[in-house]
Write a protein that binds this ligand. Structure first.
Ligand SMILES: *Cc1c(COP(=O)(O)O)cnc(C)c1O
Length: 409
């Protein structure tokens, strides 16, 4: 089949695309106008969520109509925030494949464990979804400089889409960020600052500098409302790929939690659109043993997390000591009947190696964490052999050359 991936070439089209109506605080529900630049709730400082006129959308935006859409995340444009086609900043955010793992999970019926391979997105990670959306919307609202603290893949994606949009990007990264993530930012022409410490320290340094640069727009996880909208397309895609049925389990490597929160929001919207029923997958949040604030909060039945001291793991995307929207992550996990758990770096390394050898997939350590986590869930008999499980590989293994650890011949 031949699908056009040509969003960025349709610059001449000017028609309104979206049913976006307003932004709403995720906690106190205060409405904020969507036509202006927004960051977090002006009243309580929590994350804002984009809201759409779904009652109107469902009259014209139908499952059947989807068949003709572009084969990229922009196929869901009516429930995405960008208002005009010409503002879409795209590098071809393709629909990612769902690959059955046929060899590794013999405790499941054949074809029941699927890996959604997000490593095939532009810049090699699913950060492309969120940053394509945030930067498109930033462009639409007249922003010309963005800034971001990043411990890995977000920096590269932000820098790439900023360059594509003709914007400046200012990226703050921990000194020990994987070399490739630093190099790609430099290649895209980003202004890089390396900071001693972790992503929280990088954020502190950035916020200090930002006082001198009021024009810098902060695209940090959930400090603006639109990265989440990019990430939620994973839910729409997954439902469509599975014939509008949801899996029993979604196993997701969690750092800042945008993907998990975004998918949960996507399911709610699809129910309002009449595309799915009330059923939901159990959401499993996987973290690394060296930085597991969500898993620790889950075990303690808490609604928010505590800062994780001395965060350390080879899965750099999971090294987030305290997620800004931890309460939304935990709400989704509890509401879904899911769990949060952590796996060790040794398990992650072993899973990278095993899935490459047995399934032909070279995945990121974050993705490998979901493979290791499913082994635990199966062992503890939380999953049944007939359950449909979707694991998320969030980046390509090619972005982690320092982790290729098998001895050479
Ligand atoms: C950022 C990142 C994550 C964590 O994603 P969130 O949605 O912010 O929790 C997981 N894996 C990779 C490869 C990442 O870059």
């Amino acid at each position: 089949m031949d699908f056009p991936i040509s969003t960025s070439d349709k610059d001449h089209v000017n028609a309104p695309l979206t049913f976006l109506t307003r932004l709403e605080c995720s906690v106190c529900r205060t409405p904020h106008p969507a036509a202006e630049i927004q960051t977090v709730c002006r009243k309580c400082g929590k994350a804002l969520l984009a809201r759409y006129d779904l009652a109107s959308a469902r009259r014209t935006f139908t499952r059947e109509g989807m068949k003709e859409g572009e084969y990229s995340m922009w196929r869901y444009a009516p429930v995405l925030p960008v208002g005009e086609q010409r503002n879409i900043v795209s590098l071809g955010e393709r629909v990612t494949p769902l690959i059955p793992l046929r060899t590794m999970f013999s405790n499941f019926s054949a074809g029941k464990v699927l890996m959604k391979d997000e490593g095939l997105l532009p810049t090699g990670s699913f950060k492309a979804r969120g940053l394509a959306m945030a930067i498109s919307r930033a462009k639409e609202l007249g922003i010309s400089s963005i800034c971001l603290p990043s411990a890995g893949n977000a920096g590269g994606a932000a820098a790439a889409y900023a360059s594509r949009a003709g914007m400046h990007s200012w990226i703050y990264m921990p000194k020990d960020t994987p070399e490739i993530n630093i190099e790609e930012c430099i290649a895209y022409g980003a202004h890089i600052t390396l900071v001693q410490g972790n992503i929280s320290d990088a954020a502190k340094a950035m916020n200090e500098e930002r006082k001198k640069h009021p024009e810098w727009f902060d695209v940090s996880t959930l400090k603006e409302p639109y990265r989440l909208e990019g990430k939620k397309t994973m839910a729409y895609e997954l439902a469509e790929q599975l014939g509008w049925k949801l899996p029993d389990w979604i196993v997701y490597p969690t750092g800042g939690g945008t993907g998990l929160i975004g998918m949960w929001k996507g399911f709610e919207e699809m129910e309002e659109l009449g595309w799915i029923g009330r059923e939901r997958p159990k959401m499993v949040s996987v973290q690394a043993a060296g930085c597991a604030p969500i898993a620790r909060a889950f075990v303690a039945h808490r609604g928010d997390s505590e800062f994780w001291e001395h965060a350390e793991t080879i899965a750099s995307g999971l090294r987030v000591p305290k997620a800004f929207a931890d309460h939304l992550i935990l709400t989704a996990i509890y509401a879904s009947g899911g769990v949060a758990l952590s796996v060790s770096d040794e398990e992650i390394r072993a899973a990278v190696s095993e899935i490459a050898k047995k399934e032909g997939l070279f995945i990121s350590p974050e993705g490998a964490a979901t493979v290791a986590a499913l082994a635990h869930l199966a062992e503890e008999r939380l999953t049944k052999e007939t359950d449909l499980v979707v694991l998320f590989n969030t980046a390509t293994g090619l972005k982690y050359p320092e982790l290729i650890g098998d001895p050479r011949p």
